[in-house]
Design a protein around this ligand. Structure first.
Ligand SMILES: O=C(O)C(=O)C[C@]1(C(=O)O)C=C[C@@H](O)C=C1
Length: 96
């Protein structure tokens, strides 16, 4: 029974690694977005874009039978962190 549990945990570990890789990739785009927005003179916050993302995530949650609230909570964290990274990047680059 322990061997079975270990095999499942190994699969979970593999999935967790892939999730982290994708989060890192998503975060890495924050600088690019911040740069373009700065040049365009538009704010970091884009409520319309966030609404689109949340609506899309809710749809994907329904399709994949994932609790919508969980999906939205996860992406709220990712989006808020992305905004933090953008602000951090702009403050670092504008100080130079
Ligand atoms: O697409 C943008 O305009 C971004 O700044 C990225 C992002 C996101 O993390 O998806 C972050 C902040 C914005 O309010 C909207 C979306």
């Amino acid at each position: 029974m322990t061997e079975e549990l270990n095999e499942i945990r190994k699969k979970i570990d593999e999935i967790d690694s892939k999730i982290l890789e994708l989060i890192a990739k998503r975060n890495s785009l924050a600088k690019d977005v911040a740069e373009i927005k700065s040049k365009m003179g538009i704010p970091i916050n884009d409520e319309e874009r966030e609404k689109y993302i949340y609506d899309r995530i809710r749809k994907l949650c329904r399709e994949h039978k994932v609790d919508e609230n969980i999906g939205v909570q996860i992406f709220k964290i990712l989006i808020e962190h992305n905004k933090h990274l953008q602000k951090q990047y702009l403050s670092e680059t504008q100080q130079k």
